[in-house]
Design a protein around this ligand. Structure first.
Ligand SMILES: NC(=O)c1ccc[n+]([C@@H]2O[C@H](COP(=O)([O-])OP(=O)(O)OC[C@H]3O[C@@H](n4cnc5c(N)ncnc54)[C@H](OP(=O)(O)O)[C@@H]3O)[C@@H](O)[C@H]2O)c1
Length: 391
């Protein structure tokens, strides 16, 4: 049943981490006197219990999204003008409880636990998202105690066995991107799929999603993570070092068969070797070689010979975020337990500087996501996942 705005027991001010401009960590300022947002028509006010960290937080802070000239400090501006203004509260992947509802929203939603579809969709289309932007960038996100978001994008997830921090670790910034990489390249049952950056947030989502659709994921990673990646569903783990032998090592794991599709999060000098692994023996292929790219952790520039791309008919898909339909499919897989959380550690919101430094410098023996928990929620939702030395 729809209602007028209903706000009870919500404080006037809240704690939040404000991004005050482009630059270093000093641009992130923790405050406990920020005005609590009010839910507008069609919105719910969410009491945040956990928010996942993403690379985009750092990139947006440092102004690392050049869209025109190399090195230009800018950010998403697909609609013509940049949507990131300051101060901004970052944090895309929000888990929490509905604390209040705006006009037109069923008050029965109050108390429901859910996960945010992080997109600021440009329109109502369910199968197309032409101008990806998101909560935490073009509007305030979850590095705070409360956030106001559209009711139809805050998806209820009951699942009592799943902690709130675990739910946040399955946020759409990683999972929807991973799924859209696969749908763009038409990844299908039986496909051999190479996944680079396999231990990260998007990579761990890709491995699980490949198995759900019946595809066979080959993880490109570091060997100290092999056991955990196998446990997650990887068919084989290929060391990302020693590029000259990369293709031979891939073929050893596939009995000489070419890779059908590549899900690339690394870019740089590796992408050309990934293409080699698909076109190495065209007689053994039954579909066009397909490359989806959604990240460039290994370098923003690659040298690609275009004759190779068109002669071998390599299909290349640039991917950012995904669609409403894809987000809802992923929520359904979370509800049925087909997707599992891969949560590395939780940090307090007031320790976000420390979390950022840890995130940038982490190297061996980690898998998956780092989650940020408001200090007021820490004992219940953060402490069980604290790094051992911080517990
Ligand atoms: N387009 C979009 O909508 C979208 C959405 C989300 C993320 N992204 C981008 O996708 C990328 C992955 O995101 P994520 O959240 O999964 O990141 P993440 O959790 O930081 O994982 C990145 C992984 O890439 C690998 N890696 C890092 N540096 C590397 C290097 N120099 N060379 C080779 N591999 C390297 C590492 O995996 P191994 O140790 O296993 O090799 C690392 O775990 C990032 O660039 C991110 O900005 C884009």
């Amino acid at each position: 049943m729809a209602s007028d705005t209903l706000i009870e027991n919500v404080p006037e001010t809240m704690a939040a981490m404000l991004l005050t401009g482009h630059g270093g960590l000093d641009k992130l300022v923790y405050r406990d006197d920020v005005a609590t947002p009010r839910p507008g028509p069609g919105e719910v006010l969410v009491r945040v219990t956990a928010t996942a960290k993403n690379n985009t937080d750092r990139k947006a802070r440092e102004g690392l999204y050049p869209t025109k000239e190399k090195g230009e400090v800018t950010s998403f501006a697909m609609g013509g003008s940049a949507t990131l203004t300051f101060p901004r509260i970052q944090g895309a992947d929000v888990a929490g409880r509905v604390a209040a509802v705006g006009e037109g929203v069923d008050p029965g939603r109050i108390g429901q636990r859910g996960l945010l579809d992080f997109n600021l969709y440009p329109d109502a289309r369910r199968d197309l998202n032409l101008m990806p932007d998101y909560y935490g960038h073009g509007a305030d996100g979850g590095f705070a105690e409360y956030v106001a978001v559209p009711s139809d994008q805050f998806h209820t997830v009951g699942n009592p066995d799943l902690g709130d921090a675990e739910l946040a670790s399955m946020g759409m910034c990683s999972y929807q991107t991973a799924y859209h990489m696969m749908t763009s390249a038409n990844v299908s049952s039986g496909d051999r799929v190479l996944v680079s950056g396999a231990s990260g947030g998007v990579g761990t989502a890709l491995i699980q999603l490949c198995r759900i659709v019946g595809a066979v994921p080959y993880a490109v990673s570091q060997l100290d993570k092999a056991e955990a990646l196998h446990a997650l569903g990887a068919e084989a783990v290929i060391d990302r070092g020693d590029l000259p032998t990369f293709v031979d090592r891939v073929l050893e794991t596939t009995d000489g068969a070419p890779i059908d599709a590549v899900m690339d999060l690394v870019g740089g000098e590796m992408t050309d070797r990934f293409i080699d692994a698909m076109i190495v023996d065209m007689k053994r292929r039954s579909s066009y070689p397909r490359l989806s790219i959604a990240g460039a952790s290994g370098g923003n520039l690659s040298e690609i010979m275009w004759t190779r791309i068109y002669l071998y008919q390599v299909q290349i898909f640039g991917v950012s975020h995904g669609t409403r339909d894809e987000a809802e499919q992923l929520i359904a897989w979370i509800r049925t337990g087909q997707l599992k959380p891969v949560l590395h550690a939780a940090f307090k919101l007031s320790d976000l500087h420390e979390a950022e430094t840890y995130f940038v410098n982490r190297d061996s023996n980690y898998l998956g996501k780092i989650v940020i928990v408001p200090d007021s929620q820490w004992a219940e939702h953060g402490a069980p996942y604290a790094l051992e030395e911080k517990a």
